[in-house]
Design a protein around this ligand. Structure first.
Ligand SMILES: Cc1ncc(COP(=O)(O)O)c(C=O)c1O
Length: 163
């Protein structure tokens, strides 16, 4: 939640207005926190969580549940509903921890052109799905998207067969 407000402050500092915030989602904590920040803020930037595995309805349900638990904990009466969450499990590959060739390509591409390393389990899946959303027009070309890179770099060393 604090990260959401930090993002608002930082976008003012660099004079950018983000149209979207995008992040990987595994157990839902990151997405839930950002979504709470958005819900409590007068300046709403939609937050999209990209699942790192297919058949992920249970992740969305869990995200909603922990977001609402947190809102109750801080005394908020207005709770969130499933429709308040932007969520996608497309392009998440066949299973958790199993990257598809496209995810590995994304890691290599971003490393080559930007010097930024994604990991095979979380961030490459979300970043790939984000690029596909842009390619498919789900997120309009030219939108300003903040991709929250959640780390995981050491994961690369667990997949030496791809690099
Ligand atoms: C690198 C990385 N990104 C994203 C996530 C997913 O975050 P969350 O569990 O908050 O959805 C994890 C979870 O372990 C992670 O290790």
């Amino acid at each position: 939640m604090d990260a959401y407000f930090e993002i608002l402050n930082q976008q003012n500092e660099v004079n950018v207005k983000f149209d979207w915030i995008a992040t990987a989602t595994g157990s839902g904590g990151t997405h839930a926190g950002l979504a709470i920040g958005q819900a409590l803020s007068p300046e709403a930037i939609p937050v999209k969580g990209y699942s790192v595995e297919p058949n992920a309805q249970y992740i969305l349900d869990h995200t909603l549940a922990i977001a609402n638990e947190a809102l109750k904990m801080i005394g908020e009466e207005t709770l969130l509903k499933t429709k308040d969450f932007y969520f996608s499990e497309e392009y998440s590959g066949e299973a958790y921890g199993i990257p598809s060739p496209i995810h590995i390509d994304t890691i290599k591409w971003l490393a080559k052109y930007e010097g930024i390393f994604l990991d095979p389990v979380y961030t490459s899946k979300a970043f790939t799905a984000l690029i596909m959303d842009i390619k498919n027009g789900v997120i309009k070309a030219g939108s300003k998207v903040l991709y929250v890179h959640t780390g995981g770099l050491p994961g690369i060393f667990a997949y030496p067969q791809y690099f």
